[in-house]
Design a binder for this molecule. Structure first.
Ligand SMILES: Cc1ncc(COP(=O)(O)O)c(C=O)c1O
Length: 465
C-alpha cells in the first residue's frame, strides 16, 4: 500500500463510494473490461490491496535492478512521465540530455574520439542492437570480399545472460557457447580460441556475470583477437556485456582495462537501471566509434516534425528514466559513484565474511574483482540435512528475504548456488541482520532435517535479474 493511500483519511463519502461498488465482496475485475468504471479511489485501493502480497523490493536480494532512488530523483521522474522520448522535435532538450549521457558514458569507457550510442529499454535491447550491428558489419566485410554470408556465428560463454541465446535464435545466428565447469564460472582466451573462424561476427564477454558477479578474462580475450587479426587476417570484434559491471568497474577497479582501452572492443552495453542506480527501464549502448554502428540499422523519418535518425528496436517510450539517469550522473558525479560502489563493496565483503563464519558455506571467488554480490554455496565437505534451495525457502519463510537459489548453467549444473546482491539500501546494520537470519534459517533446517517435501515444491528457483 502506498504511503499516500495509508495516510489518506477514509472519509464517510469515499467509504460510501467504495461500498457503492461492492468491490470488497465481489473481487477485482479479471477477464474483461468492466461495463462501468469505479471511483479513482476504488481503482487505487483494488490495486494497492493486491500489490501488498508482492515481495518488498528492499528485501529482494535477487535483483540487480534499482529498488531505491532519492526523493528528488523520484520527483524528476514523476514530473516527466507524460513526455514521450521519441518526440525529439517536440522535446529537443530531453534528446540533448540523452546525448549528454551517451557522451559521459563513452568518456567513462575511454572511447578514443567522437562516437555514438543509444538509450534503450535495458541491456537486453542494447545487446540485440549491438549484436545486430556486429552481424551487419560482418556481412559487409564478407560481401566486400565476395564470400558467403549464410552461416554467421557468435562466440560467448555459458556464463552469459539468456538474452545472448535469444539474440541468436531471433536473428538467425549460430551460438557457439563455451560451457562452464564446476569451479570455473567465467571464460578466457583458451576457451574462445577453438570457436573463432571466418564466420564469427563477434565475441561477447561479460563484465560482472549474472551467476557469480565475476568478469570474463576480457584482456586475455582481446589479446587473442588481436593475434587472430594479425596472424590470420580475421578482424573479430569484441562486445562487452557490462549490464551490471559498467557502473561498477570504472569506479572501484579503474586500472583494469576492459573497455575501449582494448583495441578489439567495439561496443558496450550497460543497464542504467542496475548499478547506474535508476529505476527500470533504462539501458545504454555505446559504440567505440561512429563507424561501428552499421549504417543499415539507422532509419530516417520526418513525420514527427524534423528528420530524425533512429536505430532502437522500439519507438515510443518514456523520457523519465533518461532524465533520472542524467540526474544521477550529475548528482553523484565521479566521486559520488565511487563512494557508493565502495560502500556496496565493503558491505558485500562484510556479508561474505560473516556468512563464512556463521554457516557451512564456501564463498565463491571472494577475492577476485566482482560486483557487490556474495555468491555462496554449501561447502562440499559440510554434512548438513539441507541444501541451498531449502535455505532460500527457510529465510523467506522466517524473515521475508528473497534470496535466490539456482543451479549453474550446463556442464556445471550439479552446482547449486545462493546469491545476495548488496545494494545501497542494504546498510551495514541490515547486512548483519541478513547474516544472522541466514544462520538462524540453517539452525531451523538442521533441527527439522531440511525443508519438507511440501515446502520444497514452493521454492522459487532462478537467478533473478
Ligand atoms: C550480464 C547481463 N546481461 C544482460 C542482462 C539483461 O539486462 P536487462 O535486464 O537490463 O535487459 C542482465 C540482467 O540481469 C545481465 O545480468
Amino acid at each position: 500500500m502506498s504511503e499516500a493511500d495509508r495516510t489518506m483519511p477514509l472519509s464517510r463519502a469515499s467509504l460510501a463510494r467504495i461500498e457503492g461498488r461492492n468491490w470488497l465482496i465481489e473481487g477485482a475485475p479479471r477477464d474483461e473490461i468492466p461495463a462501468e468504471g469505479v471511483e479513482p479511489i476504488v481503482a487505487m485501493r483494488i490495486i494497492n490491496q493486491e500489490i501488498v502480497l508482492d515481495g518488498i523490493p528492499e528485501r529482494n536480494l535477487a535483483t540487480f535492478v534499482t529498488t531505491w532512488m532519492e526523493p528528488e530523483a523520484q520527483q524528476v521522474i514523476a514530473e516527466n512521465l507524460h513526455r514521450n522520448f521519441i518526440d525529439h522535435a517536440e522535446y529537443p532538450e530531453t534528446a540533448e540530455i540523452e546525448q549528454r549521457c551517451i557522451r559521459m558514458l563513452a568518456k567513462l569507457y575511454h572511447a578514443p574520439g567522437e562516437t555514438t550510442g543509444a538509450r534503450t529499454q535495458g541491456s537486453s535491447e542494447a545487446i540485440m542492437l549491438g549484436a545486430l550491428s556486429l552481424k551487419w558489419k560482418w556481412r559487409e566485410r564478407r560481401e566486400a570480399a565476395g564470400k558467403p554470408t549464410d552461416k554467421p556465428n557468435l562466440v560467448f560463454g555459458g556464463d552469459v545472460h539468456v538474452v545472448w541465446e535469444k539474440f541468436c535464435r531471433y536473428f538467425d545466428v549460430e551460438p557457439r557457447i563455451v560451457p562452464l565447469q564446476p569451479g570455473k564460472y567465467v571464460i578466457g582466451p583458451a576457451d574462445v580460441e577453438p570457436h573463432v573462424d571466418e564466420n564469427t561476427i563477434g565475441v561477447a564477454a561479460v563484465l560482472g556475470t549474472t551467476f557469480t558477479g565475476h568478469s570474463d578474462d576480457i584482456g586475455g580475450i582481446n589479446d587473442l583477437l588481436v593475434a587472430i587479426r594479425d596472424e590470420r587476417g580475421l578482424d573479430v570484434p569484441l562486445h562487452i556485456d557490462a549490464a551490471s559491471g559498467g557502473f561498477v568497474w570504472p569506479f572501484i577497479y579503474p586500472d583494469t582495462a576492459w573497455d575501449f582501452r582494448l583495441e578489439q572492443v567495439r561496443s558496450i552495453n550497460v543497464s542504467g537501471h542496475k548499478f547506474g542506480m535508476v529505476y527500470p527501464g533504462i539501458g545504454w549502448l555505446i559504440f567505440r566509434e561512429k563507424a561501428d554502428l552499421a549504417e543499415d540499422l539507422v532509419f530516417y523519418e520526418n513525420y514527427l516534425g524534423k528528420t530524425d535518425a533512429t536505430f532502437t528496436l522500439n519507438f515510443s517510450t518514456g523520457s523519465a528514466m533518461v532524465l533520472a539517469q542524467y540526474y544521477n550522473l550529475i548528482r553523484f558525479g565521479h566521486d559520488g559513484y565511487t563512494f557508493v560502489m565502495e560502500v556496496m563493496k565493503k558491505n558485500s565483503q562484510y556479508l561474505g565474511g560473516r556468512l563464512a563464519e556463521v554457516g557451512p558455506f564456501e564463498i565463491v571467488g571472494g577475492d577476485a574483482e566482482q560486483l557487490p554480490v556474495v555468491a555462496f554455496r554449501i561447502a562440499d565437505d559440510a554434512d548438513v540435512p539441507y541444501d541451498e534451495f531449502d535455505i532460500a525457502w527457510q529465510v523467506a519463510a522466517e524473515r521475508g528475504w528473497m534470496l535466490p537459489a539456482y543451479t549453474m548453467p550446463k556442464n556445471a549444473d550439479d552446482v547449486k548456488m545462493l546469491r545476495a546482491l548488496v545494494k545501497l539500501n542494504l546498510s551495514r546494520e541490515l547486512v548483519g541482520t541478513l547474516a544472522d537470519d541466514i544462520a538462524q534459517a540453517c539452525e531451523t533446517l538442521e533441527k527439522k532435517g531440511g525443508a519438507s517435501k511440501h515446502e520444497r515444491k514452493k521454492v522459487k528457483t532462478g537467478v533473478g535479474y
